[in-house]
Write a protein that binds this ligand. Structure first.
Ligand code: F6R
Length: 612
C-alpha cells in the first residue's frame, strides 16, 4: 500500500527520499513522487506514474530539484486512476504547500464541494488534493502552517498519515496521523518520517511511533510532538533491532525465495527465546496470571494468510483447550455484531500490525469487552500497541508481498500458545507435552531438511505451470493448510485455484474435475489419511492429475505417481502444518517463476493493507 518518507536535514533530501522509497517498493504501488523545499524557499515537485525507476529517470533528465527538507510517496491508487496527476505529492492552488497522504478521507467530496464554492479549482481525482487545497485555503487566512494543519485535521474524517512541507518554512516538516502508520526517525542533524521502518534502517535505528491524533513538527535538529489539544508530549524512543541486510535480497533472485529459505532461522527466533528448561514460557503472559482465567470463547481474527493461520489455530485450540474457537475474517467480524463479552479472548494475527480490517475488528472486540492478545511481527505497530498483550513473532522484515516466513512463525507461535494454555488448564498430558517440546526443538532442522532439495518442486512446477485451474484438498489441519497453498499459488502465479475440505468435494466441486485437472492433495494429518486417500482415488478416477504432499510415514497410502508425490518429515501432529506449508510455498514460487510473474510484487496487491 502507499508509502511515505520525509526528511528534514542539512544535506540533499532527494537522494534520501528516493532511497527510502526504494525500500518501500515491496509494499506495492503504481506511481511515485517527491517534493522538496529549497533553501531560498522554492517548492519543487516531481511525480510520475509507474515504478520508481521512471521517476528517477525523469529527475535525471530535468533541472535538478534541490533542498534539504522534503516528502515523498509511493501511491497505490484508491481515488482516481494511477497517472502523473493523481500521484502524490499534491499542492494547493498557490503552490506553497505540498502534501503526501496514506489512507482515505471519507468526507472529501463534501470538503471539495465547499472549496469549489469558494472558487478553488481542483486538478486531480484524489481525496488527498482536498487536504492540500484546504490547507492552502486556511493558509491564506493565517500563515501559521501548524495551526492550519490542526484546522484541516479538525475538518477531515477518515484515515491518514500525512507529510507536509511549505515553501515559507524551508526547515520544517510536519507529520500527522490517524489510523494509518507513521513513525519518526531520529538521526544526527537530520530527522525523518516514514510509514514503514525499513525505509529508515540505513539512516537510523532510533524511532518513535506516532499515535492517533498526534501532530509532529520536525526540523533537522528537533522533533516536537503535540496531541490533539496542542499539548507537547514526550514520545518514547525505541531501538530497531532489524539489520539492513535483512531487508535486502542478499544474492537471491527474489525476496520471496530468500524468505522461504530463512524459515528455519525465523522459526528458531520465534521459538528459542520462549523455551526454558523444557517448558514454554511466555513472559508477557506470566506477568498477567489472571489474563487467561475464565475464557469461555475464543475468536481468532485476521486477514489472508494470517486468517489461514487462524484456521489451523481453530482446530488446535479447540482440541487442546476444549474452548469453542472461531477463526474469523477481520473484514467480516467487524460488521457481524459478534457475540463477545468479558470472557471472550480475541487473538488478532497480523504480520504488519497495520492491517486496517484487523485493527478495526480488534477495536470492536475490545469495545465489547474481549481481552486481546495479538501475534504480530512488526515491533511497535498499531495492533501490537493497542492489544492487551502482544506476542511478537520476531521473524525479521518480510519484504515479498506474499507472506512465507511470517506465516510460519505465526503458525508455530499460535501452536505454542495453545500448548502453553492447555498446560495451564491441565488438559495436555505430561507425555504429550514432552513429546511436543522435543519436536518443537527439532522443527527448524526439519524445515531445513525440506529446503535442501528444491529441485523436485522446480520439476513439478515445470510440468504444471501451464494449468489454468488448480484444486487443493485436505481434511482438518490439511484443509487449513490447503487454503494457504491455494492463496500462495493464485496470488503470485495468477492461476485460478480453490481449496476445499476434501470431504466436501462430492457436494458440488467434483463436477469441475476432468481429465488433466490438477488436484493438490494434502495428507499430513495422520488421523484422516485413509479418508483423504479415498478422495484422491475419487478425483483420479475422473482423470485428475494428483500431486500429493504427505508425511514420510503416510506417503505410500496415497497412490500417486512417484514424481508427483512430495514428502515431509514426520513431527508432532500439531506442528505438521509448519512442515506441510514449505512444499506449497516452493511449488507456488517455481510455478510463478515459470510463468514469468513479478513474484515479489504481484499485480494489484500490497504488502500492508491499510485501507478498508
Ligand atoms: C498473502 C498475504 C496476505 C496477508 C494479509 C494480512 O500472502 O500476505 O494475505 O496475510 O494481507 O496481512 P497482515 O498479516 O500484515 O495483517
Amino acid at each position: 500500500m502507499c508509502g511515505i518518507v520525509g526528511f528534514a536535514g542539512k544535506t540533499d533530501a532527494v537522494s534520501v527520499l528516493l532511497d527510502g522509497l526504494e525500500k518501500l517498493e515491496y509494499r506495492g504501488y503504481d506511481s511515485a513522487g517527491v517534493a522538496v523545499v529549497s533553501q531560498d524557499g522554492r517548492l519543487q515537485i516531481k511525480k510520475s506514474k509507474g515504478r520508481l525507476a521512471v521517476l528517477r529517470e525523469q529527475l535525471s533528465k530535468s533541472e535538478p530539484i534541490e533542498g534539504n527538507i522534503g516528502i515523498s510517496h509511493t501511491r497505490w491508487a484508491t481515488h482516481g486512476e494511477p497517472n502523473d496527476i493523481n500521484a502524490h505529492p499534491h499542492t494547493g492552488e498557490n503552490g506553497k504547500i505540498a502534501v503526501v497522504h496514506n489512507g482515505i478521507i471519507e468526507n472529501y467530496l463534501e470538503i471539495k464541494q465547499f472549496l469549489i464554492n469558494e472558487g478553488v479549482t481542483f486538478y486531480s481525482d484524489t481525496d488527498t488534493e482536498v487536504i492540500a487545497q484546504l490547507l492552502d485555503y486556511y493558509y491564506k487566512q493565517n500563515s501559521d502552517i501548524t495551526e492550519c494543519v490542526y484546522k484541516v485535521l479538525n475538518r477531515i474524517r477518515g484515515a491518514y498519515a500525512l507529510g507536509i512541507i511549505c515553501s515559507d518554512c524551508p526547515d520544517k516538516l510536519i507529520a500527522a496521523r490517524k489510523d494509518a502508520p507513521l513513525l519518526i526517525g531520529y538521526g544526527e542533524n537530520s530527522n525523518f518520517i516514514a510509514s514503514d521502518v525499513t525505509a529508515l534502517l540505513a539512516y537510523t535505528r532510533t524511532v518513535s511511533y506516532m499515535d492517533d491524533n498526534e501532530v509532529a513538527v520536525i526540523t533537522p535538529d528537533s522533533v516536537t510532538v503535540y496531541d490533539a489539544d496542542k499539548n507537547v508530549i514526550e514520545k518514547e524512543k525505541h531501538t530497531v533491532e532489524w539489520d539492513v541486510s535483512a531487508a535486502e535480497k542478499g544474492g537471491y533472485r527474489h525476496f520471496m525465495l530468500k524468505e522461504i529459505t530463512e524459515q528455519p532461522e525465523a522459526i528458531a527466533k520465534t521459538v528459542n527465546p520462549r523455551m526454558k528448561d523444557g517448558r514454554i514460557c511466555f513472559e508477557e503472559l506470566a506477568e498477567n496470571p489472571d489474563f487467561l482465567k475464565d475464557v469461555s470463547k475464543i475468536y481468532i481474527i485476521a486477514c489472508g494468510s494470517a486468517y489461514h493461520v487462524g484456521m489451523v489455530g481453530k482446530y488446535t485450540l479447540e482440541k487442546l483447550l476444549k474452548i469453542p474457537t472461531e477463526a474469523c475474517l477481520a473484514s467480516e467480524f467487524r460488521y457481524c455484531d459478534p457475540l463477545v463479552d468479558e470472557n471472550t479472548l480475541a487473538i488478532v494475527i497480523s504480520q504488519s500490525g497495520e492491517t486496517l480490517d484487523s485493527m478495526a475488528a480488534m477495536r470492536e472486540a475490545k469495545k465489547r469487552g474481549a481481552k486481546v492478545i495479538s501475534l504480530v511481527n512488526v515491533i511497535g505497530s498499531s495492533i501490537a500497541r493497542e492489544s492487551d498483550i502482544v506476542l511478537y513473532t520476531w521473524a525479521g522484515p518480510e519484504i515479498a508481498v506474499a507472506t512465507t516466513k511470517a506465516y510460519s512463525t505465526q503458525l508455530v507461535l499460535l501452536t505454542m500458545f495453545a500448548v502453553y494454555y492447555s498446560d495451564i488448564l491441565g488438559i495436555i498430558t505430561e507425555s504429550e507435552y514432552v513429546s511436543f517440546m522435543r519436536e518443537l526443538e527439532l522443527l527448524p532442522s526439519k524445515v531445513s531438511e525440506i529446503l535442501k532439495d528444491t529441485e523436485k518442486y522446480q520439476e513439478a512446477a515445470a510440468r504444471f505451470f501451464n494449468h489454468d485451474s488448480v484444486f487443493f484438498i485436505g481434511r482438518n489441519l490439511d484443509y487449513a493448510l490447503g487454503l494457504e497453498g491455494s492463496l500462495k499459488l493464485k496470488e503470485i502465479s495468477y492461476i485460478h485455484s480453490e481449496s476445499y475440505a476434501a470431504g466436501e468435494l462430492k457436494h458440488g466441486t467434483i463436477s469441475l474435475i476432468e481429465p488433466g485437472t490438477l488436484v493438490v492433495s494434502l495428507a499430513t494429518y495422520a488421523p484422516l489419511i485413509e479418508k483423504t486417500a479415498s478422495n484422491v482415488v475419487e478425483v483420479q478416477s475422473r482423470g485428475a492429475e494428483v500431486l500429493t504432499i504427505a508425511t514420510q510415514s503416510n506417503a505410500e497410502k496415497l497412490k500417486t505417481k512417484k514424481e508427483n508425490s512430495f514428502t515431509v518429515p514426520d513431527t508432532d501432529p500439531l506442528l505438521q502444518p509448519n512442515l506441510g506449508v514449505i512444499p506449497l510455498q516452493l511449488f507456488a514460487y517455481y510455478v510463478a517463476l515459470n510463468r514469468g510473474c513479478d513474484i515479489d510484487k504481484p499485480r494489484n496487491l500490497a504488502k500492508s493493507v491499510t485501507v478498508e
